[in-house]
Design a protein around this ligand. Sequence first.
Ligand SMILES: [Zn+2]
Ligand SMILES: [Zn+2]
Length: 262
Amino acid sequence: MQIKGVSHLHSKYSHDGEISLAELKEYFKEKGFQFLLLTEHLHDVSEQKIRQIIDDCRLLSDREFIIIPGLELKDNNKHFLIIGIDGSQNNIEELIKKSPPNKIVIWAHPFFTGAPREEEIKEYPIDGLEIWNSVYDGKTFPRWQALKLLEKLRQRKNLYGFCGIDFHRFSHAGGPYLSLELQNFSQDDILKNLKTGNYSMERGNLVVGPDGNLAGGQKTKVKLMSPLICWMLGLVRFVSWLAYVLKISPPKKIKESIRSKL
Ligand SMILES: [Zn+2]
Ligand SMILES: [Zn+2]
């Protein structure tokens, strides 16, 4: 069966998430999705809360919809998504230095603080790079720089590109999703497919392979449009920062409206 799901979501368990897990399920199920990859901020949750998140995901998962629990960890300025946590590890932070067998480790928004160095990437046993984070790269195209970096890294290391919507509120919806062909509808099967690169990243008629490949015409479009969109998003962030420093609060409606389009 062909299913689709969304990666990189924060619910109310994260300090900056505005939507509950049950509401997330309802919303995305109605939009035609079958799974979610949850990535709550580790610094917001205690060991006990992590267990609660895992239990909640299990309770909300059924034969038609699966929520896979995960965390977003920080190591200096780098962010990592650990998807498929089961609560068995004592020190969750160790996860980014070890390669957990049935979990997926993704370097989130790698261009967050400038381009990552190749040597840095080699330090971590990651399964993939988030080449298309809709908050940092825009909803419409993967980041061209990230696609180039992935291409380079794949010459020496078997890793894949991932997309994520970095969802905190409803204006963050509408970005790319993962599409995959499953034998059995289970968490294990979804994770296995993602770990072995059996999926594609899609939005509208744009299809990106797990190796970052795009069809001919789409490649030119992404190459031209992605830098422009990243620049515009940078400008929006700068203006928001300036408004914050000057203690001016632009109407939330305007901010949300820009966000929901980009
Ligand atoms: Zn992050
Ligand atoms: Zn995030």
